[in-house]
Design a protein around this ligand. Structure first.
Ligand SMILES: [Zn+2]
Length: 216
Protein backbone atom coordinates (compact mmCIF):
# COMPACT_ATOMS: atom_id res chain seq x y z
CA UNK A 1 0.00 0.00 0.00
CA UNK A 2 1.37 3.43 -0.93
CA UNK A 3 1.87 6.09 1.74
CA UNK A 4 -1.06 8.05 0.33
CA UNK A 5 -3.29 5.00 0.32
CA UNK A 6 -2.25 4.18 3.83
CA UNK A 7 -3.05 7.71 5.02
CA UNK A 8 -6.39 7.41 3.31
CA UNK A 9 -7.11 4.10 5.02
CA UNK A 10 -6.20 5.56 8.39
CA UNK A 11 -8.39 8.62 7.86
CA UNK A 12 -11.21 6.45 6.69
CA UNK A 13 -11.00 4.14 9.62
CA UNK A 14 -11.12 7.18 11.87
CA UNK A 15 -14.18 8.47 10.03
CA UNK A 16 -15.88 5.11 10.28
CA UNK A 17 -15.28 4.47 13.93
CA UNK A 18 -15.91 8.03 15.03
CA UNK A 19 -19.02 8.87 16.97
CA UNK A 20 -21.22 11.95 16.66
CA UNK A 21 -18.88 14.09 18.69
CA UNK A 22 -15.86 12.99 16.68
CA UNK A 23 -13.44 15.57 15.40
CA UNK A 24 -13.44 16.33 11.70
CA UNK A 25 -11.35 13.67 9.96
CA UNK A 26 -8.07 14.81 8.43
CA UNK A 27 -8.08 15.85 4.81
CA UNK A 28 -7.97 12.91 2.46
CA UNK A 29 -5.48 12.68 -0.37
CA UNK A 30 -6.57 13.34 -3.91
CA UNK A 31 -5.46 9.88 -4.94
CA UNK A 32 -8.65 8.59 -3.45
CA UNK A 33 -10.59 10.86 -5.74
CA UNK A 34 -9.29 9.64 -9.03
CA UNK A 35 -9.33 5.88 -8.60
CA UNK A 36 -11.52 5.29 -11.62
CA UNK A 37 -11.54 1.55 -12.26
CA UNK A 38 -13.79 1.66 -15.30
CA UNK A 39 -14.87 4.87 -16.92
CA UNK A 40 -18.14 5.98 -18.50
CA UNK A 41 -18.73 4.65 -22.00
CA UNK A 42 -16.19 1.83 -21.86
CA UNK A 43 -17.00 -1.47 -23.50
CA UNK A 44 -14.80 -3.45 -21.11
CA UNK A 45 -14.96 -3.82 -17.36
CA UNK A 46 -12.28 -3.28 -14.76
CA UNK A 47 -10.90 -6.75 -15.41
CA UNK A 48 -10.58 -6.05 -19.12
CA UNK A 49 -13.49 -8.36 -19.99
CA UNK A 50 -16.03 -7.28 -22.60
CA UNK A 51 -19.23 -5.74 -21.25
CA UNK A 52 -22.65 -6.53 -22.67
CA UNK A 53 -23.13 -2.83 -23.42
CA UNK A 54 -21.34 0.47 -22.94
CA UNK A 55 -20.72 1.40 -19.33
CA UNK A 56 -23.44 3.77 -18.14
CA UNK A 57 -21.52 5.19 -15.21
CA UNK A 58 -18.11 5.55 -13.61
CA UNK A 59 -16.72 2.80 -11.37
CA UNK A 60 -14.68 4.25 -8.54
CA UNK A 61 -12.54 1.69 -6.78
CA UNK A 62 -12.65 2.12 -3.02
CA UNK A 63 -12.08 0.06 0.11
CA UNK A 64 -15.10 -1.74 1.51
CA UNK A 65 -17.39 0.53 3.58
CA UNK A 66 -15.88 3.76 2.25
CA UNK A 67 -18.61 6.39 2.65
CA UNK A 68 -20.51 7.09 -0.57
CA UNK A 69 -21.37 10.78 -0.36
CA UNK A 70 -24.00 12.90 -2.10
CA UNK A 71 -22.28 14.51 -5.08
CA UNK A 72 -24.61 17.51 -4.95
CA UNK A 73 -27.45 18.64 -2.70
CA UNK A 74 -30.79 17.02 -3.37
CA UNK A 75 -33.54 14.75 -2.16
CA UNK A 76 -33.26 10.98 -1.91
CA UNK A 77 -36.03 9.63 -4.12
CA UNK A 78 -35.28 5.93 -4.26
CA UNK A 79 -33.49 3.17 -2.37
CA UNK A 80 -33.07 -0.02 -4.37
CA UNK A 81 -32.76 -2.74 -1.78
CA UNK A 82 -32.59 -5.98 -3.76
CA UNK A 83 -28.93 -7.07 -3.57
CA UNK A 84 -29.35 -9.41 -6.55
CA UNK A 85 -30.30 -6.80 -9.14
CA UNK A 86 -27.68 -5.40 -11.48
CA UNK A 87 -26.86 -2.37 -9.35
CA UNK A 88 -27.47 -4.12 -6.03
CA UNK A 89 -28.18 -1.81 -3.12
CA UNK A 90 -28.45 1.64 -4.65
CA UNK A 91 -29.45 5.19 -3.80
CA UNK A 92 -31.00 7.66 -6.25
CA UNK A 93 -30.90 11.38 -5.52
CA UNK A 94 -32.89 14.08 -7.34
CA UNK A 95 -30.99 17.35 -7.69
CA UNK A 96 -33.46 19.73 -9.31
CA UNK A 97 -32.72 21.65 -12.48
CA UNK A 98 -29.45 22.63 -14.09
CA UNK A 99 -29.05 26.14 -15.57
CA UNK A 100 -29.96 24.72 -18.99
CA UNK A 101 -33.30 23.52 -17.64
CA UNK A 102 -32.49 19.84 -17.48
CA UNK A 103 -33.60 17.92 -14.41
CA UNK A 104 -30.73 15.95 -12.84
CA UNK A 105 -30.45 12.74 -10.79
CA UNK A 106 -27.50 10.72 -9.48
CA UNK A 107 -27.25 7.01 -8.68
CA UNK A 108 -24.88 5.20 -6.29
CA UNK A 109 -24.74 1.44 -6.83
CA UNK A 110 -23.25 -1.78 -5.36
CA UNK A 111 -23.55 -0.40 -1.84
CA UNK A 112 -23.08 -2.53 1.22
CA UNK A 113 -25.58 -0.54 3.25
CA UNK A 114 -27.66 2.64 3.25
CA UNK A 115 -27.14 5.69 5.41
CA UNK A 116 -30.18 7.63 4.24
CA UNK A 117 -33.90 7.18 3.64
CA UNK A 118 -36.35 8.07 0.88
CA UNK A 119 -37.49 11.67 1.23
CA UNK A 120 -34.39 12.84 3.07
CA UNK A 121 -32.92 16.13 1.88
CA UNK A 122 -29.18 15.62 1.67
CA UNK A 123 -26.41 18.15 1.52
CA UNK A 124 -23.33 17.92 -0.67
CA UNK A 125 -20.88 15.51 0.96
CA UNK A 126 -23.44 13.88 3.21
CA UNK A 127 -22.99 10.14 3.57
CA UNK A 128 -25.77 8.20 1.85
CA UNK A 129 -24.32 4.69 1.94
CA UNK A 130 -21.24 2.51 2.24
CA UNK A 131 -19.29 1.09 -0.68
CA UNK A 132 -19.87 -2.62 -1.12
CA UNK A 133 -20.10 -5.27 -3.80
CA UNK A 134 -23.83 -6.03 -4.06
CA UNK A 135 -25.48 -6.68 -7.42
CA UNK A 136 -23.45 -7.63 -10.44
CA UNK A 137 -20.29 -6.59 -8.69
CA UNK A 138 -19.56 -10.09 -7.44
CA UNK A 139 -18.44 -12.75 -7.92
CA UNK A 140 -17.02 -11.81 -11.31
CA UNK A 141 -15.62 -8.46 -10.26
CA UNK A 142 -13.80 -9.02 -7.03
CA UNK A 143 -13.37 -5.36 -6.38
CA UNK A 144 -15.34 -3.21 -4.05
CA UNK A 145 -16.40 -0.19 -6.03
CA UNK A 146 -18.99 2.53 -6.37
CA UNK A 147 -20.92 2.70 -9.63
CA UNK A 148 -21.81 6.39 -10.03
CA UNK A 149 -24.37 7.14 -12.70
CA UNK A 150 -26.11 10.33 -13.77
CA UNK A 151 -29.49 10.89 -15.41
CA UNK A 152 -30.93 14.00 -17.02
CA UNK A 153 -34.29 14.90 -18.49
CA UNK A 154 -34.80 17.84 -20.82
CA UNK A 155 -37.88 19.98 -20.13
CA UNK A 156 -39.69 18.57 -23.15
CA UNK A 157 -38.49 14.97 -22.77
CA UNK A 158 -40.78 12.24 -21.51
CA UNK A 159 -38.17 10.23 -19.68
CA UNK A 160 -34.78 10.68 -18.18
CA UNK A 161 -31.70 9.24 -19.83
CA UNK A 162 -28.17 8.36 -18.82
CA UNK A 163 -25.63 11.12 -19.41
CA UNK A 164 -21.86 11.36 -19.10
CA UNK A 165 -21.00 12.42 -15.52
CA UNK A 166 -17.78 14.01 -16.73
CA UNK A 167 -19.82 16.79 -18.36
CA UNK A 168 -21.39 17.76 -15.06
CA UNK A 169 -18.61 18.14 -12.51
CA UNK A 170 -18.59 21.25 -10.34
CA UNK A 171 -18.15 23.93 -11.46
CA UNK A 172 -20.20 23.19 -14.55
CA UNK A 173 -18.21 23.48 -17.73
CA UNK A 174 -14.88 22.87 -16.00
CA UNK A 175 -13.01 19.85 -14.76
CA UNK A 176 -13.15 20.55 -11.04
CA UNK A 177 -14.74 18.03 -8.77
CA UNK A 178 -13.72 18.90 -5.25
CA UNK A 179 -15.89 19.71 -2.36
CA UNK A 180 -14.81 23.03 -0.98
CA UNK A 181 -15.99 26.50 -0.09
CA UNK A 182 -16.82 27.34 -3.70
CA UNK A 183 -19.09 24.34 -4.11
CA UNK A 184 -20.66 24.83 -0.71
CA UNK A 185 -21.39 28.51 -1.39
CA UNK A 186 -23.27 27.48 -4.52
CA UNK A 187 -25.43 25.22 -2.42
CA UNK A 188 -27.08 27.95 -0.41
CA UNK A 189 -30.48 29.18 -1.48
CA UNK A 190 -32.32 27.57 -4.36
CA UNK A 191 -29.75 28.09 -7.03
CA UNK A 192 -30.59 24.69 -8.54
CA UNK A 193 -28.09 22.10 -9.66
CA UNK A 194 -24.60 23.56 -9.92
CA UNK A 195 -22.52 20.47 -10.66
CA UNK A 196 -21.30 17.31 -8.97
CA UNK A 197 -18.35 17.00 -6.66
CA UNK A 198 -16.82 13.60 -6.17
CA UNK A 199 -19.09 10.83 -4.77
CA UNK A 200 -16.32 9.53 -2.49
CA UNK A 201 -14.34 11.28 0.26
CA UNK A 202 -11.72 13.62 -1.14
CA UNK A 203 -9.44 16.33 -0.05
CA UNK A 204 -11.68 18.91 1.55
CA UNK A 205 -14.38 16.44 2.57
CA UNK A 206 -15.34 17.40 6.07
CA UNK A 207 -17.68 15.24 7.55
CA UNK A 208 -20.43 17.12 9.01
CA UNK A 209 -21.81 13.83 7.92
CA UNK A 210 -19.31 11.61 9.77
CA UNK A 211 -21.61 11.58 12.73
CA UNK A 212 -24.32 10.19 10.54
CA UNK A 213 -22.47 6.90 10.40
CA UNK A 214 -23.09 6.14 14.01
CA UNK A 215 -26.27 8.15 14.31
CA UNK A 216 -28.24 5.88 12.01
ZN1 LIG B 1 -20.16 0.29 -13.16
Amino acid sequence: MSAAASRFAAALSLALTAGCAAPVPPALPDAACVAIASDFGRDDDMNGDRRSGLHGGIDFKAPRATPAIAAAPGTVVELQSNPNTRGGLAVVIHHGNAPDGREIWSYYGHLEDFRTAVGEKVSRGQIVGLVGNTGWSMPKWRHFHLHFEVYARAPDAGRRSIVNPHALWFPLGQAGRRIGPAAEAKDSGDAGFSGFTHPLPCDGWKSSAAGAISAR
